[in-house]
Write a protein that binds this ligand. Structure first.
Ligand code: CS2
Length: 497
């Protein structure tokens, strides 16, 4: 039940909130949108929107607000809830000490559902006030073939957009329509900024968008290529899915918020300083602008994201539920630590100002924060889009330099078991949410007849199954997992070799 002193979040109630909840010091009603963001999930709200809120607080320049856009029907619930609270929401940082720091974020001006009014979304992007269109559309949203890196032109929605350029469905259709308007009006185009966990995320986005545009208009593609900037960036902040307990905790703190965001205190944003037009001075609130983001991206994707996948896949098969729970299991923590040191670190490039050993130490303590309660199910969802980006590049580099691959191979064997059985080794049901779940399941279910069946799935693994050194590492491990040897014992045996 809502305690009497609990205030429902809304612009006119901000001043009534208890003191321990920080509120914007700027007039939220005066914020105007300079950014359109596609894919408003927890991560966007804990990261870019937080930086926007911070820069508005610091400088008083209120022209960098964010108009959110939802492309998927699944976004409608959040859109409705945020609209009802004037697009305000609470960001709760959970510190390892147990302290919860709450702040209302005033960065968002609006949230449009693209399917309801595609023209409005196109016009919003095309408006001269929009300097940046940013995206968090997940690794799978870029529509590239993970083995060739090429744009998948046969995708149904892509074909739809080619036939219906005025009412598109994909992000590529919207960006194209809006950029065409900007060009026709003789205006400077907006910057297109990817905030997804993909190596060279800006370059990949540029390649995909240009491939899409070339399908209908080669000359316009050349204009986009010459005039639009797509900065690469490394984004980082662990943001678990919001659960009811988070809403209840906020009610105890005196605020009723339909969809708060919870996250760790740590945040990092490293951006290539390459913008088509002006940009917020995010360096004044902790972001770092650098000429080359690649080594930072590589470090983060291979250490943090792949580290998460190791804990997620091996931990789920071992019957664990959360990242901090996995870290509390000494065998799994040792596996993760060895994975980072033996398999990832030898493939990294040196990064200015970062000591990789220190980076690893910080990561291990971030993962161990017991208040974050990051579910392994969140980590494991859409693994078919994540593993080729997070883990397989490390395996390929190690194969090329005769490096260590066993711990990666064990993680892939765990993923095979997970995809086949949809349960942990002790029979606990595991949630499977993956665009390729059917193909993964079929390939994995054939392991009894052909132990390489899972890794022969070329759409995910390319030609990996043909590499002898990989087969030699993987085969005994997948057999041991299927023979019922506890996965954490297998991990331990690999570490003591
Ligand atoms: C996670 C990321 O989705 C995943 O598998 O590794 O969401 C991770 O928590 C963020 O990238 C942290 O910055």
């Amino acid at each position: 039940m809502q305690p009497q002193s609990c205030i429902s979040l809304g612009r006119d109630k901000l001043n009534q909130l208890p003191e321990h909840i920080a509120i914007p010091g700027y007039p939220v009603e005066n914020v105007t949108a300079g950014i359109v963001h596609v894919g408003v999930g927890g991560f966007h709200r804990s990261h870019e929107a937080m930086y926007v809120d911070a820069i508005m607080e610091k400088t008083g320049d209120l022209s960098w607000g964010i108009c959110g856009v939802g492309l998927r029907e699944g976004d409608r619930r959040m859109q409705g809830i945020l609209a009802a609270q004037d697009h305000l929401y609470t960001l709760v940082e959970k510190h390892p000490s147990g302290e919860h720091k709450a702040r209302v974020i005033g960065a968002m001006t609006d949230f449009l559902m693209a399917a309801d009014d595609p023209t409005r979304v196109i016009n919003q992007m095309a408006s001269e006030d929009t300097k940046i269109v940013s995206l968090t559309i997940t690794e799978g949203g870029y529509n590239f073939d993970p083995t060739t890196g090429d744009f998948i032109a046969s995708n149904e929605d892509v074909q739809f957009d080619l036939a219906n350029p005025g009412a598109p469905k994909t992000v590529f259709g919207f960006l194209t329509a809006a950029l065409k308007q900007r060009k026709a009006a003789g205006q400077t185009p907006f910057t297109i900024m990817s905030c997804d966990n993909i190596q060279h995320n800006g370059d990949v986005l540029k390649k995909m968008l240009l491939s899409f545009i070339r399908l209908s208009d080669g000359a316009f593609a050349s204009w986009v290529e010459e005039n639009v900037c797509f900065p690469n960036s490394m984004v980082d902040r662990i943001t678990p899915a919001t659960v009811d307990a988070d809403r209840e905790k906020l009610q105890e703190m005196g605020i009723s918020d339909g969809w708060p965001v919870v996250c760790e205190p740590f945040h990092q944003w490293i951006i290539e300083d390459k913008f088509s037009d002006t940009r917020p001075l995010w360096e004044q609130v902790g972001a770092q602008f650098v000429p080359d983001v690649a080594p930072y991206e590589k470090l983060k994707l291979r250490m943090l994201n792949a580290g998460h996948s190791v804990l997620g896949l091996v931990g789920s098969v071992a019957g664990l539920d959360t990242i901090h729970g996995a870290m509390a299991e000494p065998k799994l923590r040792a596996l993760l630590s060895a994975f980072m040191s033996l398999e990832v670190m030898p493939t990294l490039d040196s990064v200015d100002g970062i000591d990789v050993e220190d980076y690893k130490g910080v990561l291990l303590s971030r993962f161990a924060n017991p208040y974050i309660k990051d579910a392994l199910s969140r980590i494991c969802l859409e693994s078919s889009a994540k593993i080729p980006v997070f883990l397989l590049p490390t395996v390929k580099d190690n194969l090329a330099q005769n490096g260590h691959i066993q711990l990666s191979a064990l993680t892939i064997a765990a993923w095979c078991y997970y995809s086949d059985k949809h349960t942990s080794e002790d029979g606990k049901p595991l949630q499977v949410q993956d665009a390729m779940s059917e193909q993964l399941h079929q390939a994995a279910a054939n392991t009894g007849h052909d132990p390489l069946s899972f890794v022969k799935l070329e759409a995910v693994f390319g030609q990996l199954a043909e590499v002898e050194a990989f087969r030699n590492a993987y085969l005994p491990l997948v057999k041991r997992v299927y023979n019922g040897e506890p996965i954490l014992d297998i991990a331990t045996s690999l570490l003591s070799l």
